[in-house]
Design a protein around this ligand. Structure first.
Ligand SMILES: [Zn+2]
Ligand SMILES: [Zn+2]
Length: 251
């Protein structure tokens, strides 16, 4: 467990409104998306098109223990000149559960402790976000290691108390709070949006991506994940229950 009191005096801007002012601007990201490069249904191109259609400013393709989808996203955005920022990402299977690593180009080894994995990510200039903590049956962590942010809104599981509990823990630890759709198909991209306040760039994409990572680390984030059609959630939950009832090989 990380030092409980660490950062307690830090201002949690996730709770307040992020405002655009002066040279600052707000960018909308889905920071947690799976493609067919891991267990997602749809290909990267379809996901990127959905992100553009949903007026996101950027996306992180975060496949399980693979950076393939994220590199493909960079290629597609470049080739097709899409108006979308790609944050490199991967959802790492640590020994204790899932962890999102953003902003790195080297794959963290799976099966290490969260602390070791976070150190690996930090050494390579990235940030580490605990994904869907306290969610049952999701390879979730049941503690918050010293990380950069906590996913307190995971759009796949809004009915349980896990999101609420994750938020309570993040608040207590003074950690920035983010949202992610955890989409496994293009149509659910954008159901969990993190609004990030960055300096108005005027520079290149690499600079903006660094600014986004820094802003998340600094807690200049706000969650916008509540405008979701309940029908989608009901469908997801029914499918999830059916999956749990079906015998399946262990991942
Ligand atoms: Zn996960
Ligand atoms: Zn995921």
């Amino acid at each position: 467990m990380g030092r409980r009191g660490e950062g307690e005096e830090r201002k949690i801007s996730s709770r307040g409104k992020v405002q655009s002012s002066g040279s600052k601007k707000n960018l909308r990201f889905d920071l947690h998306v799976h493609s067919s490069c891991s267990d997602g249904r749809d290909g990267v191109e379809e996901i990127l098109e959905a992100a553009v259609a949903k007026k996101l400013d950027g996306i992180a393709i975060t496949d399980h223990d693979s950076l393939e989808g994220t590199f493909e996203a960079e290629r597609i955005v470049r080739d097709k000149k899409l108006n979308l920022l790609v944050i490199r990402g991967v959802e790492v299977s640590t020994a204790d559960g899932h962890l999102l690593a953003l902003g790195i180009r080297e794959l963290p080894p799976r099966g290490r402790s969260p602390e070791e994995t976070i150190e690996f990510v930090h050494q390579r200039g990235g940030i580490a976000i605990v994904s869907h903590p306290y969610h049952l049956f999701r390879h979730a962590m049941f503690r918050i290691p010293p990380c950069d942010a906590v996913e307190v809104y995971n759009s796949k599981y809004i009915f349980g108390i896990a999101n609420w509990w994750a938020k309570k823990k993040a608040e207590r630890l003074g950690l920035p709070m983010v949202a992610g759709s955890d989409a496994h198909m293009a149509k659910t991209v954008g159901l969990g949006v993190t609004i990030v306040e960055v300096e108005d760039d005027g520079g290149n994409d690499g600079g903006v991506v660094s600014a986004v990572l820094e802003a998340i680390r600094a807690g200049r984030v706000e969650i916008d994940g509540t405008k979701t059609s309940p029908a989608v959630f009901v469908g997801q939950t029914v499918r999830w229950v059916k999956r749990q009832l079906r015998p399946r090989p262990k991942r």
